[in-house]
Design a protein around this ligand. Structure first.
Ligand SMILES: [Zn+2]
Length: 361
């Protein structure tokens, strides 16, 4: 099917190249040519520049991303930038000029091998700048992959720690759009159904990785999270995750999980204090009902449920990645400017942001 987009593919993959063998065999069988580009860890502006060069030299006609969120985001960014002139920084928000991409991207096929980011259906690509020590997004409607192939079988071999962190990213990306100021009836449905699937299957996928039903639930939860965040935004958890991910080596999902209960608690208190008519207050109750399976549950029970899940999945505090009290000031300052923060159900003060981050250490 990808052959309809072109005959020369640039295949982006992660550090386990052996996993791409069946895909490469399929490309050969379709009489297509390919070259491979490996992305190690989360993509950096510098790495993406190399990928763009390779695509131009190889005269690639399509890009295939086969891997986790980092690989998919790399594929999207390379596909978008290869057809547009100038430096990458011209197109980046916060640290660059934030210019719009002028020309449509090269066709991109996204094949996620983890279940968490939903990057296969979003229009942004998160890149780290080593120079600026922050993660920022490249955003354009052109970045939406032409084709997303979501096959839960590709996630069967994920180790428990990756299942946990990516799965908790999926959960965060279902809760934040659900309480966001941009929540809407379309994303509400995806969020609620996604949360149900996480509730019944994340622990099972963690304990019994071979359980295909659990893997399918998580693959769908991830997909629904991606659709939701792309259309309703995120919130303060992801607002913090951007600068933390830029300054420390920590799995994105684990960072989100460490923050989620504490940001939720601070959001709730802030809304009760000065935005008591916010619809998000009752939405947090609805989240708790879905997570706990109890009609009597309230927002506080939801926080307890998330804390229990994080414990069961052995999620560590942010201190284990090197974040300390000394970093709180700069992280709060950067988080307040992050694009995800704009969709948080209430504008949090620096003191409230500080309190949430302190509690997540
Ligand atoms: Zn996320």
């Amino acid at each position: 099917m990808a052959g309809e987009f072109g005959k020369r593919a640039l295949v982006i993959h992660g550090n386990n190249a052996a996993r791409t063998k069946p895909l490469l065999a399929g490309i050969e069988a379709a009489k297509m040519e390919y070259s491979c580009f490996e992305v190690r860890g989360e993509p950096t502006v510098e790495q993406i520049a190399d990928g763009v060069n390779q695509a131009r030299l190889a005269e690639s006609e399509l890009v295939i991303g086969f891997g986790g969120g980092s690989v998919i985001d790399s594929a999207k960014a390379i596909a978008g930038l290869v057809t547009n002139p100038g430096a990458i920084l011209d197109y980046l928000e916060v640290i660059g000029k934030g210019k719009q991409l002028t020309f449509p991207a090269m066709p991109c096929v996204a094949m996620p091998t983890t279940a968490g980011t939903g990057a296969e259906v979003t229009r942004n690509s998160v890149l780290a700048s080593l120079e600026h020590r922050v993660k920022v997004s490249l955003r354009s409607t052109f970045l939406l992959p032409r084709l997303a192939i979501v096959d839960p079988k590709l996630t069967i071999d994920l180790p428990p720690s990756v299942t946990a962190s990516t799965g908790l990213d999926a959960l965060t990306q279902l809760i934040e759009p659900y309480v966001s100021i941009r929540a809407n009836p379309v994303t509400d449905g995806f969020c609620a159904e996604g949360m149900r699937r996480v509730t019944r299957s994340l622990r099972r996928a963690y304990d019994q990785g071979q359980d295909l039903q659990a893997r399918e639930d998580m693959a769908l939860a991830s997909l629904f999270g991606g659709l939701s965040l792309a259309n309703a935004g995120l919130g303060a958890v992801h607002g913090f995750a951007a600068p933390i991910g830029g300054m420390f080596h920590a799995p994105h999902g684990a960072v989100c999980a460490a923050l989620l209960p504490h940001v939720t608690a601070v959001n709730l208190r802030a809304m009760r204090e000065r935005l008591n008519d916010s619809a998000a207050l009752s939405r947090y109750d609805s989240v708790a009902k879905i997570l706990t399976g109890s009609e009597k549950a309230t927002a506080v029970d939801g926080i307890g449920w998330i804390n229990d899940l994080c414990k069961a999945l052995q999620i560590a505090g942010l201190r284990s990645y090197g974040v300390t009290e000394a970093h709180i000031g700069v992280l709060v300052e950067k988080a307040a400017k992050a694009s995800s923060m704009k969709a948080n159900p209430i504008v949090l003060t620096d003191e409230e942001l500080t309190e949430a981050l302190q509690a997540a250490l």
